[in-house]
Design a protein around this ligand. Structure first.
Ligand code: ATP
Ligand code: MG
Length: 776
């Protein structure tokens, strides 16, 4: 155990860490150690006798959750941290709902719909209502529904809320309430929850079932929330319910970094906290440990242009560092080249690795020019967010089979694949199945199961029966096969892999490779043990939950690989990098053209800029282009107004890089854009659109016995030679104690033993390549 962990903290940080009971709020600027305090506090609680099982900690990404666990483990020197409930709101609530969903009439194996799935259901409904889906755009309707759920407004309330109805009337879309109602019923029938349901249904569960509320109030004796400024009303209410008995809630936030403002909730979240509880201890942290003086001064000055901040005086003891480089290029392609050239130069000059750089932009669409130039210079990079791997058609098709196998009520998945690969079940057949299902109040799957009864005949009946039998054969595998084994059978039996293999076009090849990549990743999932060599839940259900809840910052989980990272500023919240490029600093792009119509909108853009600047530890470049292609048109852009808000003293505006740089405020080209964004656009933007906050891929481990290993290994046996193990043998595991092997499986070089440990938590799968398992 690390004894001196408190010595690493300053006075205020220590004060926050050692405050054990009662509500605690830490309001502090960027890089002042908020997350560090939260992590250290968890370790401190555990050192002071709090059981890890009683601690709930909500983070912004899974990555943050993993890092927290690791840091707690380091301080404690034990693996107890694995028993903490740490994750994003979405991942933690998904886990709790898996245990409780039946109370709400959902299957416990409910499917989680991602944004695409949800929009597709909405589109179906819009079409069923004979509305124009160009007018009732699924993405727009989805955002409205999402906003409603995040304010805990169900379809009934939505349809009766005067203000909401007025807004919809003004947007000339009066039927959104009706669509919401149908959407809620449809997803329920499908046994599916969308991202917002993970919060909304959690709230309903706690509100409707006092015994459930009681259980979790007593389980989560200590609750901690990072990035509190961005909690939405649903999250806020859930926390209030869970924390009501013990009131051991610790929230950490920075009003200046609120970037998901939701119906005016920015500073309010933080101010309200003091009103909600008596005797709130408030700690302010003012020393920044992350950035140079230049970077911090620029950040402070920029954010001072916003009104209504909580008074903070953020300072740093760090060096002045380099000035901030402001660079103007002629075009977006030149901007891309400049950044790639500068990265190459900085690597040589200052011995940076690729992983030290991040390129931050306002919108995902900006990544292209950077990708091209990085590729040209052979600099490895990874994009976070955007059209992710899991949103590609072939991947969604394959995953739809897996999801349907898990949950036959999942109509979205069923529709997606019922005729893929083509098996002669056409649109008419599907429409009939939907109608029969609605008429008899059964699912589409049940109609297919009873196809003969519903009058399907001949070739169609045969095709349906074949399909149903196939899915049932996959289901039969679920109990005793892991996710990969099931996926391989699915790939073969459906002919998907073969079909893609036979498609020799470039796209076909890419699709084939993607599906192979998917299979690889499922394999990796099933074979990755935890630190003790234990294979936790590797079932299909566990796998599907993990991939659905990936957040932008979690994609590409080999975080330590040496690549330049590209992401939106939203996805970069809470992260830090030695060198930051914030690009596209142009009017109508950043600030976004949709967010310059009110002071509130503009201030949120400015907070976003503040977040971008404060990600940088040592060096910061800000770039903008005179012209760029947007939506197929070449547009001229003026430099962002934010650039004029920076103090001259710390800025180098004449920096010439890549031979392409002009004076930053040279010829002022006029904007090719109007002042951007009609009412409709603004409403879209207003919706929370908060990325699903994350998932903990590993389910919680059971408590383990910590039997000390005193046993002398059998002579001749080494961990490298597990071949001698067979069912019936007695073995000893360093953590789980003595047990009996009940089964062996896996390839000869990758043997997996199923072992029952009577005192170590029951049956576990142990990978012998990793485990410290000895024959006794
Ligand atoms: P953000 O607002 O961006 O989320 P934060 O307030 O959560 O920032 P951290 O990420 O916890 O800040 O800390 C910023 C950096 O400062 C980290 O690298 C952290 O290790 C370091 N740090 C924090 N406190 C101290 C300290 N007392 N001594 C040395 N380094 C510290
Ligand atoms: Mg933080």
């Amino acid at each position: 155990m690390k004894e001196n962990y408190l010595d690493e903290l300053n006075q205020q940080q220590r004060e926050a860490v050692i405050h054990i009971n009662g509500p605690l709020m830490i309001v502090a600027g960027a890089g002042s150690g908020k997350t560090k305090v939260l992590t250290t506090r968890i370790a401190h609680l555990m050192r002071n006798g709090v059981d890890a099982f009683n601690i709930l900690s909500l983070t912004f990404t899974n990555k943050a959750a993993r890092e927290m666990k690791e840091r707690v483990e380091k301080i404690l020197g034990s693996s107890e941290a694995r028993n903490l409930y740490i994750g994003t709101f979405h991942s933690v609530f998904a886990r709790l709902l898996r245990a409780e969903a039946h109370r709400l009439g959902y299957p416990n194996d409910f499917t989680i719909y991602d944004t695409d799935d949800a929009r597709s259901v909405i589109k179906t409904i819009v079409n069923e209502l004979n509305l124009d889906d160009k007018h009732y755009k699924p993405s727009f309707v989805y955002n409205r529904i999402s906003a409603a759920k995040n304010s805990l407004m169900g379809p009934e309330e939505y349809q009766h809320d005067h203000l909401v109805q007025q807004e919809d009337m003004r947007a000339n879309r009066p039927l959104i309430g009706k669509i919401y109602d149908m959407y809620a019923k449809r997803t329920f029938k499908n046994g599916a929850m969308d991202f917002d349901d993970l919060l909304f249904k959690m709230y309903i569960l706690l509100k409707s079932f006092p015994e459930v509320l009681h259980k979790y109030q007593h389980k989560f004796k200590y609750i901690m929330i990072d990035e509190y400024q961005d909690t939405n009303p649903a999250q806020y209410e859930i926390i209030k319910l869970l924390g009501a008995v013990n009131e051991n809630i610790c929230v950490v936030g920075d009003d200046a970094q609120s970037i998901y403002s939701f119906r005016g909730a920015t500073i309010q979240n933080i101010l309200q906290f003091e009103k909600d509880y008596d005797d709130v201890k408030v700690v302010k942290l003012e020393q920044n440990y992350r950035s140079t003086k230049s970077i911090l001064n620029v950040a402070n000055e920029v954010i001072a242009h916003n009104t209504g901040q909580i008074e903070k005086n953020l300072w740093t003891d760090n060096t002045d560092g380099e000035t901030i480089k402001l660079v103007r290029t002629m075009t977006d392609n030149e901007e891309g080249r400049f950044v790639a050239d500068t990265i190459a130069e900085q690597k040589l000059r200052n011995h940076y690795n690729n992983r030290d750089f991040v390129i931050l932009y306002r919108t995902n669409a900006q990544s292209r020019s950077f990708e091209e130039s990085l590729r040209r210079k052979a600099i490895p990079y990874r994009i976070f967010g955007g059209l992710s791997f899991y949103q590609r058609k072939e991947i969604k098709d394959f995953v739809a089979y897996l999801r349907l196998t898990m949950n036959t009520r999942d109509e979205e998945s069923l529709k997606r694949i019922i005729n893929y690969p083509v098996r002669g079940i056409g649109k008419t057949t599907m429409e009939k199945a939907v109608v029969y299902g609605n008429d008899h109040n059964i699912t589409m799957w049940e109609v297919l199961e009873r196809a003969r009864e519903f009058g399907f005949k001949g070739g169609i009946l045969e095709a349906i029966d074949g399909f149903v039998t196939m899915i049932k054969s996959f289901q039969a595998l679920l109990n005793n096969h892991n996710a990969y084994d099931v996926a391989v059978v699915v790939g073969k039996s459906t002919n998907i892999v073969k079909e893609l293999f036979n498609d020799k076009t470039t796209e076909g090849l890419a699709r084939y490779e993607n599906v192979q990549e998917l299979l690889n990743s499922i394999k990796e999932f099933t074979e990755t043990p935890d630190e003790e060599g234990e294979l936790l839940d590797k079932s299909m259900g566990s796998y599907l939950q993990q991939i659905t809840l990936l957040t932008d910052a979690d994609q590409g989980n080999d975080e330590n690989s040496d690549v330049v990272k590209l992401m939106t500023i939203h996805a970069a919240k809470g992260l830090e990098f030695p060198v930051v490029f914030t690009v596209g600093l142009e009017e109508t792009l950043f600030p976004s053209g949709m967010s310059i119509n009110t002071r509130e909108e503009l201030e949120e853009e400015r907070r976003l800029f503040y977040v971008a600047i404060t990600r940088a530890k040592s060096r910061l470049w800000l770039t903008h282009a005179n012209s760029r292609y947007r939506f197929g048109n070449l547009v001229q852009n003026e430099p962002s107004r934010f650039l004029e808000e920076m103090p001259e003293k710390f800025i180098d505006r004449s920096y010439a890089g890549g031979g392409s740089v002009r004076n930053a405020f040279g010829s002022g080209a006029t904007s090719g854009w109007g002042n951007g964004g009609n009412m409709f656009d603004r409403m879209q933007r207003k919706a929370p659109g908060q990325a699903p906050q994350q998932s903990s891929p590993k389910p919680m481990a059971k408590p383990v016995s910590s039997a000390a290993t005193t046993h002398v290994p059998t002579p001749g046996f080494t961990p490298d030679d597990p071949a001698g193990m067979e069912p019936g043998m007695q073995v000893e595991h360093q953590k789980f104690g003595f047990g009996t092997i009940t089964a062996m499986e896996g390839a000869p070089n990758n043997r997996i033993a199923t072992v029952v440990f009577p005192k170590g938590g029951g049956e576990k799968k142990i990978m012998l390549n990793y485990a410290k398992l000895r024959i006794v």
